[in-house]
Design a protein around this ligand. Sequence first.
Ligand SMILES: [Zn+2]
Length: 116
Amino acid sequence: MVTTKFTPAPPATTREQRGLALYRSRGAGIIHEGRGVYSVPGRSGGSYTVNLSVFTDEPETCSCPDHARHPELTCKHLAAASIYRAKSRAKARREQHQRAASRAARASLAGLAAAL
Ligand SMILES: [Zn+2]
């Protein structure tokens, strides 16, 4: 009787998943340099420059070795910077809505006060 040993493959982690993990662990260290360019912390203490190319049609770039080897793929730094940007924009929109709501409330109160 022949038996084959089944060795399960190690859990697959995609670059996107590693980017999410990087955002969760080091997201506070991401710096927005401006115009879609971010400084994203690396694992070894340094940081990589990510350009999300949000204002151009150029492809996204990252200064890490993984992106140099596979420029066609989204490295974890690109993924982390994309998450950071989406979260920052959502936060800015929320704050804008809150400011608009409190302005509307003040205007409404002013209207009520004028009617007294
Ligand atoms: Zn990278």
